[in-house]
Design a protein around this ligand. Structure first.
Ligand code: PA5
Length: 440
């Protein structure tokens, strides 16, 4: 294995967390984190049945990995486009990796993550005349959004050989359908919840279809698992991140923005928001995870971030190298005033925009840190995925919540089922919940 694979391709710059977060404050979390680390590794914590993601290179057996790659290749060879049907943890991880790394991310499209008639109608038109493969992904097999999309979209598949179901190994409506229709199946492991499942077949099949190196993705995650295994938040960057968030939260910084200057990372932030929001947001606690795409959002959210209510902390996700060369051209007409930048790389200007933003926000009262990635490739992204997962698990346990359940997600479903008249959900009291239009 090449040398650079022996170190973590992630570096944290915490200089702009000061004075809010100091090394003494991080050190003060050491005992708690060490205790949580011990619990996580011995399986003695709330949600201990859901830590299969902690061994990224053991989630799939070698045989299953080979079958997955063969299926991805067959589908890729025989179709023009893959439609991924899923929601939440059953779709965001794959999309995050594909949008960040695939040469042609548009070869994969998505449904089942909304209930929009307009979206699905437009997608059907877009797919007309194309050879379509479909991967329906649902652990429960009964989630309303993907179930509706699956009914509507399944007929677009080139044939039943081009539909793959990723679901529970033993039970559920999707498994039953797959058996009846003869779809190939992959398993959502029992010991991995949706938002931690990107490195299982849930994420890896679509990612492999998109042509991304899934071995490198998994090995980056496995390397991070090895390198982030000591319990000291000063030397373990993932635990440092968890500790810093905990310090900020207890100082009243109730919103963390994940900020990137690279549009390819937009869906990484979406995945991150689900990971942290669903894992920690319980019992009236936790940082609200938000995201911003810079420099775009500097021209919309920038004002609030600089001068609005001081409850914001910020984590920059920065790619240090590997960007394509694109120079700002020389132009005899300098009326746009850009002559001083002629000949400079666009990526250089972007990097200065980041440095300036981090300083301005710190000076404006937004403590921030930066997660630097050496470059954006499958290995680094795999490492980053594990980094966020382990930090999230530790962060949730520091708050005293179970970071692997999501009881609150059921509330909207219950109310929706009542309104839709789903059998078993009707009652007299429910009629009062019917929305009424009131004119004041
Ligand atoms: O993280 C989670 O567990 C959720 O986001 C689920 O993945 C999401 O609700 C979809 O569930 P299912 O895979 O059962 O359709």
């Amino acid at each position: 294995m090449p040398n650079q694979f022996n170190k973590l391709p992630i570096v944290i710059d915490a200089s702009y967390l000061k004075p809010n977060v100091t090394s003494d404050m991080i050190a003060s979390r050491k005992e708690k984190i060490s205790q949580i680390d011990g619990q996580l590794r011995s399986g003695n914590h709330p949600g201990s049945d859901f830590t299969g993601w902690m061994k990224p290179d053991q989630i799939l057996s070698a045989d299953e990995m080979s079958r997955l790659k063969a299926t991805a290749k067959r589908l890729r060879d025989e179709t023009d486009v893959l439609l991924v049907i899923g929601i939440g943890g059953s779709y965001l991880g794959a999309r995050a990796v594909i949008e960040a790394l695939a040469d042609d991310p548009d070869k994969v499209v998505y449904a089942g993550h909304n209930i929009s008639a307009h979206y699905m109608t437009r997608l059907k038109k877009q797919l007309a005349g194309k050879r379509v493969a479909i991967n329906v992904i649902s652990k429960s097999g009964t989630t309303t959004e993907p179930a509706i999309a699956s009914r509507i979209m399944r007929k677009l598949a080139a044939s039943s050989k081009h539909i793959v179901a990723t679901t529970d190994s033993k039970k559920g409506a999707l498994l039953q359908l797959a058996k009846t229709e003869g779809y190939e199946t992959f398993v959502v492991p029992d010991n991995i919840g949706g938002r931690y499942s990107v490195l299982s077949a849930v994420g890896l099949l679509p990612v492999a279809y998109a042509g991304v190196d899934i071995d490198a993705l998994v090995s980056g995650a496995a390397k991070c698992a090895g390198l982030c295994s000591n319990a000291d938040p000063i030397s373990n960057p993932a635990y440092f991140y968890a500790a810093a968030r905990n310090v900020l939260y207890h100082q009243g910084f109730s919103i963390e923005m994940l900020a990137s200057f690279e549009p390819r990372l937009h869906f990484m932030a979406e995945w991150w928001k689900q990971l942290y929001g669903e894992s920690e947001g319980k019992e009236n606690m936790a940082i609200f995870p938000a995201s911003v795409d810079f420099t775009t959002d500097l021209h919309s959210m920038g004002q609030y971030i600089q001068e609005g209510r001081r409850i914001l902390a910020e984590t920059f996700l920065i790619i240090d190298g590997g960007e394509p060369s694109l120079k700002i051209p020389t132009d005899a007409d300098d009326s746009d005033g850009l002559g001083y930048l002629a000949g400079k790389e666009v990526s250089y200007v972007n990097s200065k925009a980041y440095e300036a933003t981090a300083k301005a926000h710190r000076d404006g009262g937004v403590p921030n840190m930066t997660i630097h990635l050496e470059k954006l490739d499958a290995y680094s992204l795999g490492a980053l995925i594990y980094f966020f997962e382990i930090a999230c698990a530790v962060g949730g346990l520091m708050l005293g919540v179970n970071p692997f359940d999501q009881p609150g997600v059921e509330a909207y479903k219950k109310e929706m089922f009542k309104l839709l008249g789903k059998p078993g959900f009707e009652s007299a009291e429910d009629q009062c919940l019917e929305p009424k239009f009131v004119h004041f």
